[in-house]
Design a protein around this ligand. Structure first.
Ligand code: DQA
Length: 144
């Protein structure tokens, strides 16, 4: 089982960026955490991060071609990128959307996700744990 973990814009600033909202742990900590969870469930986890919409779209296409399920946190693109939404809709592999913060408790522009409707599910507000739960959801999907 192969899983792509794709983090979008500004998530390379985890740990430095608004620590009251996103915590003190870094992107490297997050990637180490999810790699470790992957190993525990004997799956291959590949981590990616980009601040560019086009790069994220290319990785979504690649995941589709390599038959990798995806965990994606599109950052602010979540709220307005129809291009990322269409990229997810264009592949047949399952995608779980994750947000570290509880977007519903924040500014109203964060309440809507244009990408969630084409995802298998969405997990918000649980910090890094959300990525682990998304991984479990994708692994369970295997036996469906
Ligand atoms: C985020 C929530 C988004 O609204 C924000 O733009 C981010 C991070 C989260 O993980 O909580 O960059 O996706």
């Amino acid at each position: 089982k192969r899983i792509y973990v794709i983090n979008g814009p500004n998530l390379n600033r985890l740990g430095l960026r608004e620590p009251d909202v996103y915590g003190h742990e870094t992107l490297a900590d997050l990637e180490k955490f999810i790699q470790m969870k992957g190993k525990l469930h004997s799956c291959e986890v590949h981590c990616f991060q980009s601040n560019s919409e086009g790069q994220i779209i290319d990785w979504i296409h690649e995941a589709g071609e390599k038959n990798a399920s995806m965990i994606i946190n599109p950052g602010a693109y979540t709220h307005y990128s129809y291009a990322i939404r269409d990229a997810i809709a264009s592949v047949s592999v399952p995608v779980m959307e994750v947000h570290i913060s509880n977007v519903h408790a924040r500014e109203s522009f964060r309440h809507h996700s244009v990408t969630a409707a084409v995802a298998k599910g969405q997990i918000v507000g649980l910090g890094f744990k959300g990525y682990e739960l998304a991984l479990l959801a994708l692994l369970e999907g295997e036996t469906e």
